[in-house]
Write a new protein. Structure first.
Length: 119
């Protein structure tokens, strides 16, 4: 699905806390960024909102990762505010299962133990 056809919000959404953003939508948008080689979108606990959207990126060029501002602006031009990540983390590679799916549980652990760098 082209990024200009991605849904910007779910039906009946009135506030960020009442909506459940779909990580796949956010991930698809970020995957089109030229400085992103791979991406996973996860939720992490937040004392105010309950959970916030976090993107874990593998930069296309490890020595020249995108900036948080650049990524935020890129997402906001294509996504609703509640689907835009509030934190940006960098990884050398994403942990995968034997069948090639991203191990989001492992990413949550790494994010909680400072195993991933903030962008």
């Amino acid at each position: 699905m082209p990024t200009d056809e991605l849904p910007t919000c779910c039906a009946g959404c009135s506030t960020p806390s009442s909506c459940s953003p779909r990580p796949r939508t956010t991930g698809r948008v970020l995957f089109t960024h030229p400085k992103v080689r791979d991406v996973a979108v996860i939720g992490l606990p937040d004392p105010t909102w309950g959970e916030v959207v976090v993107a874990v990126l593998v930069p296309a060029e490890p020595g020249r990762p995108p900036t948080a501002t650049e990524l935020h602006d890129f997402c906001r031009a294509r996504l609703a505010p509640h689907k835009t990540p509030v934190r940006w983390l960098r990884s050398v590679e994403l942990p995968l299962t034997g069948s090639g799916k991203v191990r989001k549980d492992r990413l949550r652990e790494q994010a909680g133990h400072a195993g991933l760098q903030e962008i």
